[in-house]
Design a protein around this ligand. Structure first.
Ligand code: FES
Length: 196
């Protein structure tokens, strides 16, 4: 394994008591998904997403809630939750955090991704799992984000993309997020093809 990859921990037991339950409105949302498919295993992913939106991360309690809600085994839901990187597996954080993902995959890694990650580690005093010293940011390396011609792309909170991010733009993004301001939408910059 290349040394710039970090192994992320498996879902952990919660450090504090959390009421793992869905509201009637959330159950109704789950039921809408259930109605679309012949079997409930197809609904694991949207239900995990609902749980993640609610609890911030998928700790064991959240995974168990999804399993119980759908009448499936913990092992099955755990397997799905741990397969996909967009599902966040951590213990319950002390406070809400922003997830910032820096592409260090091959193209971006060669075009500044690794340097940007090193900058992030230093600027935010990240620990071994990528959590900032103040607990406000979880920064991690991403595999290809599908914007290889705009190195370095950064994905924020699984929703917003920023392109051509260098250290200075990264710092601006972080400063905005400290005030809970998501960076403005950017369309993928178009490149002119120079055909010879
Ligand atoms: S390698 Fe970074 S977006 Fe594709």
């Amino acid at each position: 394994m290349a040394d710039h990859f970090v192994e992320y921990p498996a879902p952990t037991t919660d450090a504090r008591a959390v009421d793992y339950s869905f509201t009637p409105a959330e159950i109704a949302q789950v039921q809408q998904h259930v109605a679309k498919y012949p079997d409930k295993t197809s609904v694991v992913m949207p239900t995990l997403w609902i749980a993640q939106e609610k609890f911030g991360v998928l700790s064991t309690g959240a995974i168990q809630l999804v399993a119980d809600t759908l009448g499936l085994s913990f092992a099955h839901v755990y397997g799905v939750a741990t397969f996909y990187t967009m599902y966040l597996k951590r213990g319950v954080p002390a406070q809400p955090f922003h997830l910032v993902e820096v592409c260090t995959c091959f193209t971006c890694g060669e075009c500044g991704g690794r340097e940007l990650m090193a900058h992030a580690k230093k600027a935010l005093a990240l620990d071994g799992e990528g959590m900032s010293a103040d607990g406000r940011f979880w920064v991690r390396e991403a595999e290809c984000l599908g914007a290889c011609d705009t190195p370095v792309p950064v994905q924020i909170d699984n929703r917003r993309m920023a392109f051509n991010v260098d250290a200075s733009k990264f710092d601006q993004i972080v400063e905005g997020l400290r005030r809970d301001q998501t960076p403005p939408f950017e369309s993928v910059p178009a490149r002119k093809l120079e055909l010879q």
